[in-house]
Design a protein around this ligand. Structure first.
Ligand SMILES: *Cc1c(COP(=O)(O)O)cnc(C)c1O
Length: 230
């Protein structure tokens, strides 16, 4: 089931790339495995999945220990400063940095472990009160401050679009994030790349790709509905 779902989503990612004149290699499909057991992750691996997204530090560390070290782990959920130390040497990318204090902690722990950490800035494009992330207006300043820190590289931006029934409703959100990344990239800030755009989830990843996503985070579409009550 999971393997079949993964192949299906992977194919749709390819189709969205083709529709928008983009190369398939430009878009990374992140299999969001939060709340799902390692057996299901293995099934996704069998279908070719190599990049997994988790939103909790403890869960990421548990799965990291149990699975092959060839996999790539991305932290996509809100990160507390006191947990940074557990993951800086395990993750390829942290998608959810939204404050200078958090970035400073990442930089400090990266220094201790002698690693470099890649991050994205989480932008609350739709200005939803329930969501983390900086505003569009604050983003450039935060990027400039974080760029000065050692052992940390700002690769781009991430957003969690609103939950909608028609994915077209989120097209303006994705367009706004893309434009923001282009605007910041043009400033040529040292240590800032702005090449990565993490946007699009199960309901809207194809639209996100059409609008320039380079990473899509798909959970339900691969692993099925999550059950938080158990
Ligand atoms: C859970 C989660 C996803 C995946 O959501 P689905 O709708 O299940 O694809 C993507 N991004 C973040 C940040 C998440 O927490």
């Amino acid at each position: 089931m999971v393997a079949e779902n993964y192949r299906d989503v992977d194919r749709k990612v390819g189709e969205a790339c083709a529709r928008s004149g983009r190369k398939r290699e430009e878009v990374t499909l992140i299999a969001v495995s939060k709340t799902k057991p390692v057996e299901m992750i293995r099934e996704a691996m069998d279908a070719g999945a190599e990049v997994f997204g988790e939103n909790k530090v403890q869960e990421l560390c548990d799965k990291y220990d149990q699975l092959p070290k060839t996999l790539h782990w991305h932290l996509i959920g809100h990160l507390q400063r006191n947990k940074v130390k557990y993951i800086v040497d395990k993750v390829d990318l942290i998608h959810s940095v939204d404050s200078l204090r958090l970035a400073e902690e990442i930089s400090k722990e990266a220094e201790k472990k002698q690693v470099d950490v890649n991050i994205l800035i989480e932008v609350n494009v739709a200005q939803e009160e329930s969501k983390f992330g900086v505003s569009v207006e604050e983003t450039e300043n935060l990027v400039r401050e974080i760029a000065k820190l050692p052992h940390i590289h700002v690769l781009g931006l991430m957003t969690i679009a609103p939950y909608v029934t028609d994915p077209e409703e989120n097209r303006p959100v994705f367009r706004t994030l893309k434009k923001l990344a282009v605007d910041i990239k043009m400033k040529n800030i040292d240590n800032v790349r702005m090449d990565v755009l993490s946007m699009g989830m199960t309901g809207d990843y194809q639209v996100a790709i059409e609008e320039g996503a380079t990473m899509v985070r798909v959970g339900t579409g691969i692993f099925g509905e999550r059950n938080y009550s158990v």
